[in-house]
Design a protein around this ligand. Structure first.
Ligand SMILES: [Zn+2]
Length: 161
């Protein structure tokens, strides 16, 4: 079903309909395991948080991702809920000294955030890959992204070929 039929507005990204369906949850799960969303074999990272340009196992291009700030936002939300719950639980059921808590909570927050960043970023990239976002759809999508959008009056957009 096209976006135009659903919304009554022109489909701004017609190339997306022409792409094969990808399993979103499988791609996200592979990303959580820091594996290539396409094959599940190759490592998605070639540094702590740097996404590899290509999968070393299947050659899938991974440089199209635009994870940007989403992984830190997700990590902050999850870590905040975990740490605040623990702080409240300790306040209610334990008697840790202030000094102990001033050392414990920042270190625990940092450790949990550092451990979670890679799988969360992998999952975001897997999600983008599954939805053919940001060039993950191949050259057709790259061309569609360069076309001027309907109703866009931005001068820069109109001047594009
Ligand atoms: Zn791969």
């Amino acid at each position: 079903m096209t976006i135009e039929r659903l919304t009554g507005r022109p489909d701004l990204h017609p190339a997306a309909d022409a792409q094969p369906q990808r399993d979103i949850w499988l791609s996200v799960r592979r990303g959580l395991q820091c594996r290539c969303p396409a094959c599940g074999e190759g490592a998605i990272f070639d540094g702590y948080l740097r996404i590899a340009d290509r999968c070393p196992a299947c050659g899938e291009e991974l440089h199209h991702h635009r994870a940007d700030d989403l992984p830190p936002y997700i990590v902050i939300t999850i870590v905040g809920h975990i740490i605040i719950t623990l702080v409240l639980a300790v306040e209610m059921f334990a008697d840790y000294s202030t000094t102990t808590q001033m050392i414990l909570w920042p270190l625990l927050t940092l450790a949990v955030a550092l451990v979670m960043m890679r799988p969360v970023k992998g999952a975001v990239v897997g999600y983008q890959w599954a939805l053919h976002m940001h060039g993950f759809g191949g050259p057709q999508e790259d061309e569609a992204a360069l076309r001027p959008r309907a109703g866009n009056t931005d001068k820069k957009e109109r001047e594009r070929p």
